[in-house]
Ligand binder design. Structure first.
Ligand SMILES: [Zn+2]
Ligand SMILES: [Zn+2]
Length: 189
């Protein structure tokens, strides 16, 4: 995601509006494969003062990430504010301004916004993505998706051990007394 800053170099100190859109390939975040459903969009302004480019923008994307319960790829619209400083890379120049380690760098007349936009967007992803609040998840025994398939595992378990099957049913039911424990705790059991 490349921003041409030629006008800003010619007119330092002025705000220049910009708008970029780019289709991104599949990606990984938190150990999960994710995808960008439509082109990632960024719009904002940049301004050059001395050797530093300040970018203030908003990034938007529709990210496909797996549901925490059933693993179905789920669309999550994400919007992130971006405020970054890019320092000009000047290798071997003893008079180069001190560059902070976490600061982004640029060279020539272009900025590569990809890393900053990617991190800003992915940090906005919820830590627990659900395809729906009532997602039934996967069967513990056969692994089938209980939202779309009915298996007989729960019934078989009930035949073998009615008490443990009842306990697991109670955990799954949102209106059960166990639900006062909170979603995360009931999921962990
Ligand atoms: Zn789900
Ligand atoms: Zn099953």
């Amino acid at each position: 995601m490349i921003l041409d800053i030629t006008p800003g170099i010619q007119h330092k100190g002025y705000d220049f509006p910009f708008e970029l859109g780019e289709a991104w390939p599949e990606d990984f975040w938190g150990g999960d494969a994710i995808a960008y459903e439509e082109p990632v969009r960024v719009s904002g302004v940049y301004r050059i003062t001395e050797e530093i480019v300040i970018v203030e923008a908003t990034a938007e994307a529709a990210i496909l990430a797996p549901c925490a319960r059933c693993l179905t790829m789920t669309r999550v619209p994400v919007r992130a504010a971006l405020s970054e400083a890019y320092a000009r890379r000047r290798e071997g120049d003893p008079k180069a301004p001190e560059i902070l380690e976490e600061q982004y760098l640029y060279q020539g007349h272009t900025l590569d916004l990809t890393d900053a936009v990617r991190v800003a967007l992915l940090q906005e992803l919820p830590s627990r993505i659900l395809c729906g609040e009532d997602c039934k998840g996967l069967c513990d025994v056969c692994g089938c998706n209980l939202n779309t398939t009915t298996c007989s595992c729960q019934k078989d378990a009930f035949d073998r051990n009615p008490f443990s099957a009842l306990a697991s049913l109670a955990r799954e039911m949102p209106d059960a007394p166990y639900s006062t424990l909170g979603e995360d705790q009931t999921e962990e059991v």
